[in-house]
Design a protein around this ligand. Structure first.
Ligand SMILES: *Cc1c(COP(=O)(O)O)cnc(C)c1O
Length: 428
């Protein structure tokens, strides 16, 4: 399998998997896609899903990464997917696919853990440094995704005083090959520093650096796998084989991965693109005009994106046919007040504590009333300030999170200066 940029319509510049993975973004500014979308054998998917998530993921990965030897792929998926995934009921009317039982309690573990292991496998040129800036959640998923991967070290820049204590604990208590840098500055400073390292030719001739961006196809493609698993669980639970899937969305990696699954032959009736006040895509689905704008801050802050990077994948997967897209993707948007009221409602009516992002999924399910399920993208305990505000109760903290909070934190404090960071990377 070769991989092409979304902008290379004539498919004239093929990339190998390793090239696409280490480049992240295509040189022409587009996003990488597989050259062709393989069709699945659904009987096989269902049989593998009965065995385990990892077995099912291995079959699907073998179709999309067919140049990687099976034994290697098997090691990757078994190491990456050693945590549960559950289709749960919320009252008797709603179902949700809980994607938050991984090490960082958010669905990004599905992409980041696969990417971490695959990067270790594909890396052939000596030690590799993953350089990433984070406002909180991505950093912890990447740190855990690459933790313990041979030949790879991860340098994470996060802004001092701007991430929650829990997020900081998730990045700074691992040790090993994870190097957290607490930067005196804000998230934009962290991003600026990372970009300046990638532009620094002299540094790059001395240190091999790459990014772990969310648009990287090693993070994006494996997110299509849990749609298959959710479908199988849904079919077993209800007998229905045409679910509508509601996807709480921000940068649209999650929803476009669902579209990929559908293109591979998964029977999904449609999707709901569920957003907070950052409603560019729902607006686009109404007006057919795409008007990106600056993001606004909400209580579901992992979805605060005003110009989603994966919009280009969305258009690619529908062949730029907006009418076709609208026939199976509906939009939904809601305000902070509605999110807070929904968290309280779910808690009171169904005795279920929801995080603010998943609550957007619940609201969209309620608005459309279609048979199917919504994705729950984070554990409520990760957003306890918000759930507390909504319900006046605190969410129970899972043991694993509580013990992480007790561990000593190790990080390097750093001034937001290019030279200081370049020097640090050289000496690492
Ligand atoms: C990243 C994230 C989202 C948004 O996912 P996209 O793929 O960017 O649309 C939703 N919820 C949580 C908890 C997240 O961390």
């Amino acid at each position: 399998m070769k991989y092409f940029s979304t902008r290379d319509k004539s498919k004239s510049h093929p990339f190998s998997l390793a090239e696409a993975a280490f480049a992240g973004l295509a040189p022409d500014g587009g996003l990488f896609m597989p050259e062709r979308i393989p069709m699945v054998d659904m009987a096989r998917v269902e049989a593998e899903a009965e065995k385990s998530y990892a077995d099912m993921a291995l079959y699907l990965a073998s179709l999309l990464f067919d140049d990687v030897p099976m034994a290697d792929l098997e090691r990757v998926v078994r190491q990456a997917y050693d945590f549960p995934i559950e289709l749960n009921q919320v009252g008797d009317k709603y179902s949700t696919l809980e994607l938050f039982h991984g090490p960082t309690y958010a669905f990004k573990d599905f992409g980041a853990r696969f990417m971490g292991r695959m990067t270790g496998l594909l890396n052939e040129g000596g030690p590799l440094t993953i350089l990433t800036a984070t406002s909180g959640d991505t950093g912890s998923a990447v740190a855990h995704g690459f933790y313990g991967v041979d030949g790879v070290r991860v340098v994470i820049l996060y802004p001092e005083g701007k991430v929650s204590p829990l997020q900081e604990a998730q990045m700074t208590t691992l040790g090993g090959n994870i190097y957290p840098l607490r930067v005196k500055g804000n998230f934009d400073d962290c991003q600026r520093l990372v970009k300046s390292m990638f532009r620094n030719e002299e540094l790059r001739s001395q240190v091999r650096v790459t990014s772990a961006n969310s648009i990287n196809l090693l993070r994006w493609i494996p997110q299509s796998f849990y749609y298959f698993y959710g479908y199988c669980a849904w079919k077993r639970m209800t007998g229905d084989d045409m679910p509508t899937v509601v996807v709480p969305s921000g940068n649209y990696g999650n929803l476009t991965a669902g579209m990929l699954a559908r293109c591979m032959g998964l029977s999904i009736k449609g999707f709901v693109a569920a957003s907070n006040a950052n409603d560019v895509v729902p607006k686009f689905l109404l007006t057919e005009e795409y008007s990106p704008r600056a993001s606004v801050q909400t209580v579901a802050n992992a979805m605060d994106v005003g110009d989603p990077s994966n919009f280009e994948r969305m258009m690619y997967l529908c062949g730029d046919d907006v009418a076709a897209l609208k026939s199976f993707v509906k939009g939904f948007a809601c305000s902070d007040d509605e999110i807070l009221a929904a968290i309280n409602e779910i808690n009171e009516h169904y005795d279920y504590m929801s995080d603010p992002h998943s609550a957007v999924g619940y609201l969209a399910s309620k608005a459309y009333g279609e048979s199917g399920f919504y994705l729950s993208t984070a554990h409520a305990a990760k957003f306890s300030e918000v759930t507390q505000m909504a319900t006046m109760q605190s969410a129970p903290i899972p043991d694993r999170l509580a013990s992480m909070m007790q561990k000593p934190r190790n990080f390097t404090p750093m001034e937001a200066e290019d030279d200081v960071l370049a020097d640090y990377l050289r000496k690492l």
